[in-house]
Ligand binder design. Structure first.
Ligand SMILES: [Cu+2]
Length: 527
């Protein structure tokens, strides 16, 4: 049996599983569009039509329309327990094949990527390919696009890679991605317009798993107790170890406030911050020659931390955000929310410099080393605690004309109010918490061919990096094409996209703990 037909078969089984699970749940209080039929699964009719299932013929037709003719690139990912050296100690965590991050997945536009996944965890898992406009039944959302992969099970996602850029992959089950279940995914452009001598992939991550007995699940349980003062009490358990002084700080109060993000910067104090799986005591290092041009591909894989990144004294030319090109601009630092990526070009100086990632609004920081010329290599004590000058978030960039959406009227508007707060640590969209067993209770219907506008209206006192699966929206009328955008407290960000990828797609906050506590909904193609 081919990988494709196997995955199709599993998807149908998964949808059956959804309808059984949802049928046992209570549906009281459902009022949103599509809720009437939630018990009957995605092929049921809704108030406006029939849901387009992940294995619908329309999904295959959209896949057939993508550029093809390339190679089939086979990759494998094994989710398994692993040990990692972090913060001067061996910690137990979960990762992809004993590597942190997982292996770089790489293909070209027009290729087909076949990712064979095996699950050696004692929990179900899936892998989501973040940012790709890919076929719906390869998107890796349990209960929506496929069944979760059971312990000991396997699943192959086979899909064309249509758009060049910097993407990533991660588990989409509960809080697994706040362990080590993530990695970079790069789609190369056969007609790459940028010229550069080297590339440097920089995957930045906040880390707590296995440090002093902490786990993401324990962290979530602590948060769920609520924080009536709005402070981050996790600092109590997140005290830095003596050997890690300077790598972390207490949370709470001013320690988690960022004017750049409009207030409260995060809910969790992380004892360590990593770049490419390495802590500041043994930083990742790229060797380069003075004058070389380097393409940085920066990925924020964090669970609850925005990063302010830059190289002190070395300006960056921002070229892409979330894989798509923007009008180039010179900046000194960029703030990335969780899930966001940027590409930037730099010219290598004649001395070593750190690539610095500051936990925005938190006390933590980390760095990697660009080794060039002579001079002392940077160390944690020499790495600055601030990055100033021209500091932007990439949502404020301007789309390159080649990827700007054509002018046309909007056919469908959905307002997604981001709701909730710290008191009970409950988060939602339009006041409702997402229920994985009943995903269509919070579904917003769209139709293929529509120009869609989503208004992410933040009604909370905290920023949220809002992510849409399967599409790259445009921020505002001329903003960048992105799949994850920072929405500040009490701000509304309007995004536009053309509904050209049929299926069932999540939109959610990419704060792992906010998503886990309900800030997710489904954008549901109906026909
Ligand atoms: Cu959030």
């Amino acid at each position: 049996m081919s990988a494709l037909s196997k995955s199709s078969r599993l998807s149908r089984r998964g949808l059956f599983g959804v309808s059984v699970a949802a049928g046992a749940s209570v549906l009281a209080g459902c009022t949103s569009s599509g809720s009437r039929d939630a018990r009957r699964g995605p092929t049921a009719s809704t108030s406006s039509g029939v849901r387009v299932s992940p294995t619908d013929g329309a999904v295959q037709r959209a896949e057939d329309a993508r550029p093809g003719g390339g190679r089939t690139v086979r990759a494998s990912l094994t989710s398994a327990p692993m040990r990692a050296s972090i913060g001067g100690q061996q910690v137990s965590t979960w990762g992809y094949g004993d590597r942190l991050p997982g292996p770089v997945l790489r293909s070209r536009v027009g290729d087909t990527l076949a990712v064979a996944q095996r699950n050696r965890l004692d929990q179900a898992t899936t892998t989501h390919f973040h940012g790709l406009a890919l076929r719906n039944n390869a998107d890796g959302v349990p209960g929506l696009t496929q069944p979760a992969i059971k312990p000991g099970g396997s699943f192959t996602a086979t899909f064309k890679t249509a758009h060049p850029g910097t993407y990533w992959y991660h588990s989409h089950v509960e809080l697994q991605r706040d362990r080590g279940l993530y990695g970079a995914l790069i789609i190369d452009d056969p007609h790459e317009p940028l010229s550069y001598d080297q590339e440097w992939i920089l995957v930045v991550d906040d880390w707590l798993d296995g440090i002093k007995g902490r786990t993401p699940a324990k962290q979530a349980a602590q948060l769920a107790k609520g924080m009536p003062m709005g402070h981050d009490m996790s600092g109590m358990s997140g005290m830095p170890m003596p050997s890690m002084s300077g790598m972390s700080g207490m949370g709470g109060g001013d320690g988690t406030t960022s004017p750049f993000l409009g207030g409260d910067a995060g809910d969790v104090t992380y004892p360590v911050h990593l770049i490419n799986g390495r802590d500041p005591m043994r930083p990742d290092t790229l060797k380069a020659k003075p004058g070389q041009r380097i393409r940085l591909r920066v990925i924020n894989a964090g669970g609850d931390t925005a990063y302010r990144v830059g190289l002190p004294g070395v300006p960056m030319t921002l070229t892409h955000t979330d894989g798509f090109p923007v009008k180039h601009q010179r900046v000194d630092a960029i703030v990335l929310g969780m899930g966001e990526r940027v590409d930037a070009l730099i010219t290598v100086p004649d001395h070593p410099v750190p690539f610095v990632a500051l936990a925005e609004g938190k006390a933590g920081r980390t760095f990697a080393v660009l080794a060039s010329g002579n001079g002392a290599r940077p160390t944690m004590s020499s790495v600055p605690k601030t990055l100033t000058g021209k500091v932007i978030q990439s949502g404020s960039a301007t789309a390159d004309p080649s990827v700007q959406l054509a002018d046309r009227p909007v056919d469908q508007v959905h307002t997604l109010a981001l709701t909730g707060g710290m008191a009970k640590y409950g988060w939602g969209i339009n006041g409702r918490q997402f229920d994985e067993a009943n995903p269509f209770a919070t579904a917003y219907d769209i139709r293929a061919g529509q120009r869609v506008r989503i208004d992410y209206a933040n009604h909370t006192m905290m920023w949220h990096p809002m992510h849409l699966h399967g599409h790259t929206f445009q921020v505002g009328a001329t903003g960048p094409r992105k799949d994850t955008v920072i929405v500040k407290p009490m701000q509304t960000v309007s995004v536009f996209f053309d509904a050209d990828n049929p299926g069932q797609w999540l939109t959610h906050c990419h704060n792992a703990y906010h998503a886990n506590r309900g800030m997710m909904a489904v954008l549901s193609y109906v026909k």
